[in-house]
Design a protein around this ligand. Sequence first.
Ligand SMILES: [Zn+2]
Length: 512
Amino acid sequence: MIGAMQQQLDFIAYIQRMLVEGDFSATYKFALLHALADVCVEQPLLSEQSQLVIELPTLADKLITLYWHHAMPFSSEHTGESALLKQNTGAQSKVISVLFECQQNNIRNFRQLKQSPFYKPTFNAAMATIKTGPLWRLQILAKQEECFLYPHTNSTQFITLNAGIASCFRRFYDLVVYLAKNAWLQKIQSIKHNQALIGPQSQLQEFLFGVDRNALTKAKPVLVELQSNTCFYCQKPMKNDVEVDHFIPFARYANDLGHNFVAAHRACNNNKRDFLAAQQHRERWQNQNLVVNSQIISNELSAYFHCDADKSLAVSNWAYQVAQANNAKLWLANKDHFEEAKLTADIVPFPQAKQPELNQVAEPAVSLKSSGNALKLPYFPNIKIACGHFKTGDESDMELMEAPLGAGKLDPQVHFLAHASGNSMNGGKHPIFDGDLLLLELITSDKAGSLRGQIVAIERDDIGGEGQYLLRKVNKLPNGQYELIAQNPDYEVMIADESMRTFARFKQVVAE
Ligand SMILES: [Zn+2]
């Protein structure tokens, strides 16, 4: 714990020093810093001390997205490339030039770019830029290499953030992005060519880092339809006062993800400002956008926005974790009603209040007979799904085992086998015994549905960062918490906490 706190302080100190002592002749390093922070919140992290591998193509795409607006003409009084803001003191940046060319060819956003022949040269320019400059220059402080964030290696494909760094980026995302944008803004203002374009009354910040209002209007009719023309927050009918709201506020996470939008009254939206919405809204948003309409949103909006339900879920879980750690207020309703950010488990994705409860029990065992070219499923001999207390497991060892017959459609990407251990689920009509072979189904956000009343395997990171696994039945309490129930009454009911995640749904016991 002390170690993690010290690392967080060192991290802040390092970022501050980087912005003061680094040599910023161009703005690429600010973009890279911003991009690293974005990548860290867009995927779930296994543990606080996890390292994180980041592929360079991911960073190249981020760079393109960040520079997209910068490549639009800032001044209407100038023409061609001279209307563009410069990102460095010398010649115009290559990335800006290629993006400008794309825009001259009527490509309106990153999604269109990706599908066009312009993408490859743009991507290549971004990759070349990252590799030759910011990737290894970012960590040169006062002319000396200090690899605090990631080691400089010869890899041309990825970097690996040092243990604990991704978790620092998540904890201090707002601060890092604020500092990066601010320094970036100042750099652009300091370049002589730009001063003539900007003028005294400038909207520079809005231009460089603002919301793309035009694109938001594309989302409006889709959302109005799937919300049946009612406001997402107050549930009352909307008239001509509809606005598209970033559910996770743009000020907290400045990327437009298609699943992050809801339609709301202007008044509700204005009152919500940059607050995170209350827990009840969060559950409704997950249900509306990530479960029920996930596919519709992807279909309708991916021409304009990046649509990735998993990423939206990861970003929202991150935002609520930070809010809880900071004792932030959550916005509940118009006229400034708030609630405290409570410790909530995101271990049970997408509870659906209206869905009938699935009273799932252990189904009769099916036999594991072999047949000619039978489907094989992964089996993890070193993972014990604990029916008792958390058991530490190691997933590095995997074997293939024939899939049980009669268990329905199985997919080796999703279904796997592991042994039960302990006797907390040894009760009820269909008990699970110590040593039973279990068929489990990985929970992915697009398939999660309601887990209430179901038996799920829960994963928890122990101190050493190794996964621990526990099998329990899930029930939601009126206060929003989830309880984890054993079938054997000798075991106490546990309350889910933040360290836990559901990772698989129990399907059945397999006869061996
Ligand atoms: Zn409303």
